[in-house]
Design a protein around this ligand. Structure first.
Ligand code: NDP
Length: 403
């Protein structure tokens, strides 16, 4: 029985709040805090209506460490689940250290003025968390998150050595909007417009943005054009599974989405360089975010499914082996359960399960860790219980070239 503080009241924060409330044997007292308290209150009202659980709400600016410290000291949670934006990771980690509480997030830190994400900033907190006897679990959404747990599961149960990893992420849903992003627009567009990158033979190979693409067939969905992107879990997975000769990440995008993105880029709307507009400094991408639909608003009427998984080739008992483990999640079913959409759900449920792993001491050791550094079994078990059941295929034919 533990108090948990959730920071961030967007699409993901809403799912985390619902799922914690649905597991009140573990999360006995829940507080949802964010920059705009009315969003917390609206989520709390829906949670109360759907699950009969009261959650507390508060306003907090998570860029401000003293404000965070005051809130944590007031509520005294055992841990903080950070589902605000990656810009707030370090301030929230600092506040956790100052107040002696554990930490979990779903996206690695990136500075607001440079579109670059990597684990170095957060891994640098290793000694501080160890010395304080506290744990920080990084990247516990779906990707990063479950994709790391899937990879650890593959290593533990299916391979002596893994050589090739392809993470394949498909959203075959239709939200009926001409252009919208399924998680925070600013973070999403920064990620997609960056150069691509993959790991091969001990080094990173860079590509132009969305340069490589091919058709990949997804279970119960069929073939979808999938684009090679750099994704943050590649950094920790290649470090934690050094037998990998190649590791790549593929994501589907519809032609409409790509056309809109190209136009927005060409006219300068995706830039993070400040400009002066009517005497005031604005960042074009932040302005664009303000006019796009909020990810949390997409759920109603969203149809179709997501499918995210790991396709792996390696060796078991001296023979070549292929393996595919994946989850499919239905947008409509998510809306019925928690009034959200599948991209928020596939992030929020693993965040709740990660918190559950920590609070029940299944995954608990002082320091800063990525999910694949823990035993995958109890996490995989909980995925099946809490709405993200997984399937696996042994020795399927995989849609990739191998040396
Ligand atoms: P949203 O934009 O819907 O929500 C973000 C929330 O954070 C908003 O409530 C926002 O407040 C709040 N926030 C922003 N800045 C601050 C601040 N300084 N202080 C307090 N609160 C703040 O995004 P999502 O819910 O879609 O995404 C949340 C996180 O999940 C992101 O970091 C995203 O990268 C990550 N994610 C991870 C995935 C994974 O699989 N690992 C997949 C999808 C998302 P306000 O409403 O006032 O703007």
């Amino acid at each position: 029985m533990s108090n948990v503080l959730i920071i961030g009241a967007g699409g993901v924060g809403s799912v985390v709040a619902h799922k914690c409330a649905m597991n009140s044997d573990i999360f006995s007292n829940i507080m949802l805090a964010s920059r705009t308290v009315s969003k917390c209150d609206a989520i709390a009202a829906t949670v109360k209506e759907m699950h009969g659980v009261e959650i507390q709400t508060s306003k907090v600016d998570a860029d401000n460490v003293p404000e965070l410290v005051a809130l944590i000291n007031f509520f005294r949670p055992k841990m903080v689940v950070n589902v605000a934006l990656p810009y707030q990771d370090l301030t929230i980690m600092d506040a956790c250290l100052e107040t002696g509480v554990h930490y979990l997030d779903t996206a690695n830190y990136e500075p607001i003025d440079v579109a670059k994400f990597e684990y170095s900033w957060q891994w640098a907190y290793q000694d501080k968390f160890k010395e304080a006897g506290l744990m920080a679990l990084l990247g516990c959404g779906f990707d990063p998150g479950v994709t790391g747990v899937f990879t650890a599961h593959a290593q533990k149960h299916h391979f002596d050595e893994m050589h090739y990893l392809d993470i394949v992420d498909c959203n075959a849903g239709d939200h009926g909007k001409a252009f919208a992003t399924n998680f925070n627009p600013e973070i999403n567009i920064r990620e997609i417009t960056q150069k691509g990158k993959y790991w091969e033979n001990g080094k990173w190979v860079e590509t132009a943005p969305l340069e490589f693409h091919k058709s990949i067939s997804y279970p119960e969905i069929g073939p979808k054009e999938s684009y090679l992107l750099y994704h943050e879990e590649l950094e920790s997975l290649t470090k934690n599974f050094p037998s990998l000769k190649r590791a790549r990440f593929w994501m589907t995008f519809g032609q409409e989405y790509i056309t809109h993105l190209r136009v927005l880029q060409n006219v300068g709307m995706t830039s993070i360089e400040p400009i002066i507009y009517e005497g005031k400094e604005i960042v074009p991408l932040q302005f664009l975010k303000a006019v796009l639909p909020e990810p949390s608003s997409l759920g109603e009427g969203y149809s179709g499914k997501t499918s995210i998984g790991c396709q792996i080739k390696g060796v078991k008992d001296g023979a070549d082996k292929t393996f595919y483990v994946y989850n499919n999640c239905d947008h409509g079913a998510v809306y019925k359960e928690v009034k959200g959409q599948a991209v928020s759900y596939t992030t929020g449920v693993p965040a709740m399960i990660g918190a559950m792993m920590m609070l029940t001491d299944k995954w608990m050791k002082p320091g800063v860790y990525n999910v694949e550094e823990f035993d995958p079994d109890p996490f995989m078990e909980q995925l099946n219980i809490h709405g993200l059941p997984w399937n696996e295929e042994i020795n399927p034919e995989l849609p990739h070239d191998y040396d």
